[in-house]
Design a binder for this molecule. Structure first.
Ligand SMILES: Nc1nc2c(ncn2[C@@H]2O[C@H](COP(=O)(O)OP(=O)(O)OP(=O)(O)O)[C@@H](O)[C@H]2O)c(=O)[nH]1
Ligand SMILES: [Mg+2]
Length: 683
């Protein structure tokens, strides 16, 4: 994509809006569409009138539940927006799209106490090397100082933050409010207008001194990466505006510094200044093409959507050159694929396109073999794109409310799972439960609501059964006899087994020590079958593990013995042996790795202890300043609600990953509770 001499690019630049839930990303997208003249009225998410968040789930929640795609032209420059959901449960939806954006705007709240909420977004952008700015939104509600906010944000960022504006304040009743800003690069002041562009004004006299010192600081920050500017500053020469803007552009595109601007999405304040910054400073598709290693015109599929009226659409970004409908491309899987009908996306609206520009976001129909995360290319397939997907902390056992909907439900599940990489489905081997796994409870419930709305399938759900097991304490020798005389042909099987406990995790062992043909060869495996039958449900009602059975003796009848008779004898022997062998309950214990900001660590530790957790260790989180990592073992039955508890004690920031570690003996009141609920289930 050629850049013209003004440094302005010709393709479409993609801007991702990221940051904490409720910071105002979707409203900022709306404000950008309005300020650029793309829409005639500015709606808002608060009133359910925005271009973004058009889905029923997002409207009901009052926050984004999936990414929103939009595009606009500002002063002849083309832009596309990826508006990401901030809430952790829904954030994965935009992860792949953000990874291929040219620039991200981290939208934050002005309250310094809420700065930490921006940590995950800043961290992800730094790790993936995605150029970014910070936009401090809700400046209409700002009470603290921007300096304090920057102080709280700086430790979360690898690169220095560059304050680009200082607020102009006016007394307002008891406190004061922000009524405009001084732009430090331009050295101009603006007063916010109730609607429409801010108006130029002289720099207020009482701000002159602060302006001068903040501007000097900004220039010194730039001089860290510009020796010529450094010399000019040392010589007390005033740098040319062109130098300053070129440096600011480089700071952003090379991830040397993070510019911070502020304003208000709902009032449209500071939005035009932000658009100008994008126009002059946002890197274009060419830089992203290089970052991702794209060598020929290609399409990266960042999401599959089944939500619209046009059926299955692949949402993607074009890089490395424009593409036309019908173009012959190769997929990551090596298949040759023709580009289907293409659409531009504006919220929930789509418009057909015959060809797309370099850099554009596009929705493509009839790409059935293309999945989210795949590349399509006219040349070499670029390397896989790394995206940041959260762990799945919530599981629900589900079934259709109406049995007739079984097939409909599997179809619906396949679609929502194809759309959302943070969902997964599993069938539990023991309980045969169908389980849906998602990031958190809210995420899974929103998915079930979507299934009902779109596909008309009502789903009932409950907490998944815990995989309890049982084992024994005492060795036992036991005879099992099955004898039936009913008229003609009878049934006869007779075995003696020794049942002994094994070590944890050793499973099951069956040994045949029959000598002299007490049990004929051909019936031995039937005896083992019978033993296994009895192990499926032990005396406490759960599958039996970690036992050894030795077949030592028995007898047979030349006419009446059969496989079935010996299988029954084996089952009887094992059933009685288990009951006599001091059975006990085993519960699954998960190894849990928990991460949280350090100010929440002690509360997270007590939450762990309160759930019968055993602490394994605690250390600073690798590479995350001000965060801790806790390792613990927690019984699976205690994990229910942990995710919600952690979030509530950490402003929504703490999270955990868990995986099965071992089965542990469970006794006392805990075991009684489990046995009781098992009994009532059986009743
Ligand atoms: N006062 C004020 N309210 C705002 C401003 N920007 C957004 N809001 C309100 O804040 C609420 C959340 O805004 P959204 O744009 O939905 O927030 P978001 O960042 O998209 O949130 P998620 O989609 O959940 O990540 C809405 O009620 C907005 O109307 C602002 O500048 N000032
Ligand atoms: Mg939103």
């Amino acid at each position: 994509m050629p850049n013209d001499p003004s440094g302005v690019s010709n393709g479409t630049r993609v801007i991702a809006l990221v940051g904490p839930a409720g910071a105002g990303k979707t409203d900022l997208a709306e404000a950008m569409l309005f300020a650029s003249g793309t829409i005639q009225r500015q709606g808002s998410t608060g009133q359910g009138s925005s271009v973004g968040d058009s889905s029923a789930e997002a409207r009901a929640r009052g926050g984004s539940t999936e990414l929103n795609l939009m595009h606009f032209t500002y002063l002849g420059e083309k832009f596309a927006i990826i508006d990401a959901p901030g809430s952790i449960g829904f954030a994965a939806d935009a992860a792949r799209a953000i990874a291929v954006a040219d620039l991200a705007i981290v939208v934050v709240d002005p309250d310094p106490a809420r700065a930490a909420l921006a940590a995950p977004a800043l961290r992800m952008l730094d790790e993936q090397g995605i150029p970014h700015l910070i936009f401090v939104n809700r400046i209409d509600q700002a009470h603290g100082s921007i300096r304090d906010l920057l102080g709280a944000l700086q430790p979360l960022s690898v690169s220095p933050l560059i304050a680009r504006q200082i607020p102009i304040r006016a007394k307002d009743g008891g406190g004061d409010k922000v009524t405009g800003f001084v732009d430090l690069a331009l050295e101009r002041a603006y007063q916010y207008a109730p609607s429409g562009p801010s108006e130029p004004m002289p720099i207020p006299a009482d701000l002159a001194e602060r302006e001068a010192s903040e501007r000097t600081h900004l220039l010194e920050q730039l001089a860290d990466h510009d020796d010529t500017l450094l010399e000019q500053l040392l010589m007390d020469e005033a740098p040319a505006p062109g130098t300053i803007f070129a440096d600011l552009k480089r700071e952003t595109s090379d991830n040397l510094g993070v510019s911070v601007l502020f304003g208000s999405a709902t009032h449209g304040w500071g939005v035009r200044r932000l658009l100008k910054a994008l126009r002059h400073e946002a890197p274009g598709a060419e830089a992203t093409r290089r970052r991702l290693g794209v060598e020929a015109p290609a399409l990266y599929a960042f999401k599959v959507s089944h939500g619209g009226t046009v059926g299955r659409l692949v949402l993607g970004r074009v890089l490395g050159g424009g593409l036309s409908e019908g173009a012959e491309l190769r997929s990551s899987e090596g298949q040759s694929t023709r580009l289907g009908t293409m659409f531009a996306v504006q919220g929930d609206k789509t418009a057909k396109l015959a060809k797309v520009d370099d850099g554009a976001l596009v929705a493509v129909a009839k790409l059935d073999s293309v999945k989210s995360g795949h590349w399509l290319s006219s040349g070499a397939i670029p390397p896989p794109v790394e995206a940041n997907l959260p762990p799945r902390n919530a599981t629900l056992a589900i079934e259709p409310a109406d049995r007739k909907d079984d097939v409909k439900l599997s179809g619906a599940l396949a679609r929502v799972i194809e759309e959302d990489p943070s969902l997964a489905l599993e069938q539990d081997k023991l309980t045969h439960e169908l389980r849906i796994k998602g990031v958190n409870d809210e995420h899974v419930r929103a998915t079930l609501a979507r299934i009902k709305r779109r596909y008309g399938v009502e789903v009932t759900h409950r907490a998944p059964s815990i995989g309890y097991r049982e084992s024994i304490r005492r060795p036992v020798t036991q005879r099992g006899r099955h004898k039936k005389q009913s008229g003609g042909h009878g049934q006869f099987g007779d075995v003696v087994i020794e049942l002994t406990p094994l070590g944890r995790g050793e499973g099951f062992r069956f040994t045949d020590k029959i000598s002299g043909g007490a049990v004929p060869r051909q019936y031995i495996s039937a005896v083992e079958h019978g033993v296994r039958d009895a192990m499926a449900t032990g005396p406490l009602g759960f599958p039996v593990v970690d036992v050894a059975v030795t077949l030592t003796d028995g007898s047979y009848h030349s006419v009446d013995s059969s496989e079935l008779a010996f299988r029954t004898a084996g089952r009887i022997a094992m059933h009685d042996a288990l009951a006599a062998a001091a059975p006990h309950l085993l519960e699954p214990v998960q190894r849990v790795t928990l991460t949280c900001p350090a100010n929440a660590t002690s509360r997270a530790t007590s939450a762990t202890a309160g759930r019968r957790g055993q602490m394994l260790g605690m250390a600073p989180r690798d590479g995350w300043t001000g965060w801790d990592r806790i390792d613990a073992l927690i019984p699976e039955s205690e994990l229910d609600g942990l995710e919600a508890e952690l979030r509530s004690l950490s402003q929504g920031l703490a999270s955990y990953e868990a995986s099965f570690d071992h089965l542990a003996e469970c006794s006392g009141s805990q075991a009684e509770k489990v046995a009781k609920s098992r009994e009532s289930e059986h009743a």
